[in-house]
Unconditional design. Structure first.
Length: 116
């Protein structure tokens, strides 16, 4: 089982980044997918959620209206489009796969740094 995030980097405040998380080793379409982030010295926090088919999404209030989560069940990939980035969005971003009532998996994380 693998979840491999990519797309992180350094961007100026107000800019955009698109994160990807490629899944392998499990039936991707059976899993809810989420993005979390962890800033230095802080606990890991929820960012966004997407249902199995992609029809239902939820966001943390801090990113609502700026971030968009999506998934491609053919490519076994979940995405996080991040727009209007702020300094406080700086964190390591992790993708998470959850099988309801069963197991879950985490990626290794990708660093996003927003500079002024």
């Amino acid at each position: 089982v693998q979840l491999v995030e990519s797309g992180g980097g350094r961007v100026q405040s107000g800019g955009s980044l698109r994160l990807s998380c490629a899944a392998s080793g499990f039936t991707f379409s059976n899993y809810l997918m989420r993005w979390y982030r962890q800033a230095p010295g802080k606990e890991r926090e929820f960012v966004a959620h997407i249902s199995h088919s992609g029809g239902v999404t939820n966001y943390a209030n801090s990113v609502k209206g700026r971030f968009i989560i999506s998934r491609d069940n053919v490519k076994n990939t979940v995405y996080l489009q991040m727009n209007s980035l702020k300094l406080e969005d700086t964190a390591v971003y992790y993708c998470h796969a959850l099988f309801l009532g069963g197991d879950d998996y985490w990626g290794q994380g990708t660093q996003v740094t927003v500079s002024s």
